[in-house]
Design a protein around this ligand. Structure first.
Ligand SMILES: NC(=O)c1ccc[n+]([C@@H]2O[C@H](COP(=O)([O-])OP(=O)(O)OC[C@H]3O[C@@H](n4cnc5c(N)ncnc54)[C@H](OP(=O)(O)O)[C@@H]3O)[C@@H](O)[C@H]2O)c1
Length: 251
């Protein structure tokens, strides 16, 4: 039976590429969107044209209370469109960025980043684990900035650091179900992330390229194939690991 992966934030950017790469490995795919329903629909149509069973569902991690409703809505979607099959892989990718110097950070900004990048990931994963088959996996998307520091990323990177610890706990607590948990930590990638900061700022792009051993910033398709690998049996003995995918930034 074909396996199913759920990619949060699969409507664009890295998540869209992950969904495509996972589908290319022969899995069926559910993507989530926050505001981009049309973009998510286009991702689904493209996957369906290639023979994947695919669907999109809304998820807003800023609204923590809405998570209670998400698992039952997903269950209905799995019943209606996927013949009642369970999930095999969960890719916690959705997220936003902002450059916030610590001296100016507010408690409201801290709470938003905590909800989207840590508390939301923690409880979404908790609520979806009962909808998952044994033998699958969780992939949490972190960032290179948990290893090296960029000014303005103190809140964001701290939350991502928390999911790196969480990932090892998931690997420990759910290993007996054959569920693996790993982190993929991208370096700077030219997406809409953080107000399309890299795409819209040539000086920043040049600076980040210069910090990277391979001499450029990343593109979305540098990441999806690594996530797809972690959603396959090719990585069946990889568990509790952080894999940085950054072209060798700050090494
Ligand atoms: N790009 C980078 O340089 C970079 C580097 C390291 C790590 N990352 C991480 O990679 C992940 C994806 O980033 P990206 O570059 O693909 O960003 P992106 O192009 O801005 O896409 C963000 C995705 O997350 C969804 N999303 C945003 N806020 C959400 C919320 N509150 N609740 C649920 N979904 C939400 C968006 O949905 P809509 O389309 O509906 O708005 C979209 O699908 C993030 O976790 C980010 O921290 C990115």
């Amino acid at each position: 039976m074909k396996k199913i992966a759920l990619v949060t934030g699969g409507s664009r950017g890295l998540g869209k590429d992950m969904a495509q790469a996972i589908a290319a490995k022969g899995l069926d795919v559910v993507v989530t969107w926050q505001s981009g329903e049309q973009a998510a629909g286009e991702v689904v149509s493209k996957l369906e044209q290639a023979g994947t069973v695919a669907a999109a569902i809304q998820l807003d991690l800023l609204k923590f209370d809405s998570l209670d409703d998400f698992a039952p809505r997903l269950q209905r979607l799995l019943d209606d469109k996927f013949g009642g099959r369970k999930l095999d892989f969960l890719v916690n990718n959705a997220g936003m960025g902002a450059t916030i110097p610590m001296a100016q950070a507010t408690a409201a900004q801290f709470d938003d980043f905590m909800n989207v990048h840590f508390k939301g990931v923690y409880f979404l994963t908790q609520k979806l684990l009962p909808l998952m088959n044994d033998g699958g996996g969780i992939v949490n998307i972190s960032t290179g900035t948990t290893r090296f520091c960029l000014p303005g990323y103190s809140i964001y990177a701290s939350m991502k650091g928390a999911i790196e610890v969480l990932t090892r706990y998931i690997a420990k607590e759910f290993g007996r179900r054959g569920i693996r948990a790993n982190v993929v930590a991208p370096g700077p990638i030219e997406t809409d992330f953080n107000g399309a900061a890299i795409r819209s700022n040539p000086q920043l792009k040049e600076r980040l390229s210069g910090m990277t051993s391979l001499g450029r910033v990343g593109q979305a398709d540098d990441i999806g194939s690594v996530v797809a690998f972690l959603c396959s049996d090719e990585s069946k003995w990889v568990n509790g690991q952080r894999i940085e995918v950054s072209g060798g930034i700050n090494i």
